[in-house]
Design a protein around this ligand. Structure first.
Ligand code: GDP
Ligand code: IMO
Ligand code: MG
Length: 429
């Protein structure tokens, strides 16, 4: 299998960016296929830190980077990110960045709506990233969206804009907000159109060419399976399908092209935003793991909630996403603990569950059943060979592998690109 699809198998922030950047040197193209600038992927290369939200993580290594049609694109966020990375010495041009011309556009009115709804929901809020992701996807499926290709025809946009604004004006009125200022919106679009159109093209054609040439394609998922609109902890999810199957629809290549599915799995669990989290730790142990793991959001700076490794949800994610092998990240963050716990099942109203039930109330109520293992005092930080790992860390990894019924292909031992242990090469498997 020449191609690899990378997805998060928990609630996001598993370290996808680091692994995609590392794998990108073996690939000819990296493709984002869902989500938007709600994603936050941090890469560390020789001590230099790169934070990406919208650009594929292959961009830093100079690999052809493609934003597929499944992404919702905020043009102003794209421009800001391109300029920020150029400021860090990364070359970005129409040769190494391609943008699907059928991507729906995130407009300021989407961000407004996201914020208004969250504020109105009070303690029931989802805890979104506030980037307008949900409202933009709603307009896409509602067949009202402005798409990238529309930016080349701004003088003919009026009927489309009328339909879109009629919808938003009604929603805004419910929040006591004035109607959309259409002229101002059009002016903003006129100001950004050329920048976006410079990269825009039918990317399915570009990918067809890449594929025909026998090139290796790396599909880069954002978020994680537990945030998937269908399979996640609904309604505390994002508004796209984050599972591996989306790689095909969100890029314009068939499902026979998406190859090996690499699930990225953190050695413990984190979540940012509201929603159920069975193994959450609200004690000193959790605080310590959060501090050692620097668990603060790349996008919003919010503190991430922290908990023990939950083998039930990861086993479920691996099954739902057809994961071939996993990359286990941040094992170094567990260094120094006396003991480590793994959730192997749940208890709910006297019954034992080996899966995460679908209903939100059940998800909130399940009690984890833990297995306790001895920790390790030695450091795993920066290890680049499996033989360098302490015996108890190896036991932990093996137990994780057994419980999730999926092999470990890679282990990551620090934020640095090369602090990565390769056990099975996904591009060769
Ligand atoms: P993503 O959204 O899945 O790409 O993950 P984020 O980049 O949001 O969060 C993962 C964080 O952990 C980033 O700050 C990475 O630099 C860092 N990281 C990735 N892998 C490792 C690792 O193996 N060990 C440690 N300590 N940090 C890591
Ligand atoms: P990466 O790619 C972690 C979460 C938000 C919120 C929910 C909905 O870095 O792993 P949205 O703005 O998408 O409508 O928010 O989803 N969320 C993420 N959590 N990592 C992400 O991306 C996330 N993207 C969205 O916190 O709970
Ligand atoms: Mg992230």
């Amino acid at each position: 299998m020449a191609n690899v699809t990378v997805i998060g198998a928990q609630w996001g922030d598993e370290g996808k960016g680091k692994i995609v950047d590392w794998l990108a040197s073996r690939a000819d193209a990296v493709v984002r296929f869902q989500g938007g600038h709600n994603a936050g992927h941090t890469l560390v290369i020789d001590g230099n830190v790169y934070k990406l939200s919208l650009l594929p993580s292959g961009i830093v290594s100079g690999t052809l980077s493609i934003i597929g049609n499944g992404v919702v694109l905020d043009p102003w966020a794209l421009k800001a990110e391109v300029e920020k990375l150029e400021g860090q010495g990364v070359t970005i041009n129409a040769d190494n960045l391609a943008l699907a011309d059928n991507c729906p556009v995130i407009l300021p009115i989407h961000r407004d709506l996201d914020g208004l709804r969250e504020a109105a929901a009070g303690s029931g809020k989802i805890g979104t990233t506030g980037r307008g992701i949900g409202p933009a996807y709603e307009d896409k499926v509602g067949r009202r969206a402005i798409r990238v290709c529309d930016l080349a025809h701004l003088d003919h946009l009026e009927p489309q804009l009328d339909r879109l604004c009629a919808h938003h004006d009604a929603l805004r009125a419910g929040f006591d907000q004035p109607p959309v200022d259409r002229e101002a919106l059009l002016e903003e679009l006129r100001g950004i159109a050329d920048f976006v159109l410079h990269f825009a093209q039918p990317v399915w054609k570009r990918l067809k060419k890449v594929r025909k040439a026998g090139a290796k394609i790396l599909f880069e998922g954002a978020q994680g399976v537990l945030l998937d609109i269908d399979h996640g902890t609904y309604p505390f999810v994002t508004s796209s399908n984050t599972v591996s199957g989306t790689a095909a629809a969100g890029s314009g290549l068939g499902p026979n092209s998406t190859g090996y599915v690499l699930g990225i799995v953190k050695a413990y669990t984190t979540r940012v935003g509201s929603g159920p989290f069975p193994t959450e730790l609200e004690d000193e142990v959790g605080k310590g793991i959060g501090e050692r793991g620097h668990e603060f959001g790349t996008v919003t700076g919010r503190q991430r909630r922290v908990g023990w490794f939950d083998a039930v949800i990861v086993r479920q994610s691996c099954s739902i996403s057809g994961v071939t092998g996993i990359a286990l990240t941040k094992i170094d963050v567990l260094d120094g603990l006396d003991e480590v716990k793994i959730c192997t099942g749940y208890r709910l109203r006297g019954n034992v569950y080996d899966y995460f039930p679908s209903h939100a109330a059940d998800q909130a109520e399940v009690e984890p059943i833990y297995e306790t293992m001895d920790g390790w005092k030695e450091s795993t930080a920066g290890a680049r060979s499996f033989a360098d790992l302490p015996a108890n860390a190896v036991k932990y990894i093996q137990r994780v592998q057994e419980l999730i019924e999926t092999p470990v292909a890679l282990v990551s031992t620090s934020p640095e690109r090369d602090d990565t242990i390769l056990m099975r090469d996904p591009f060769l498997d």
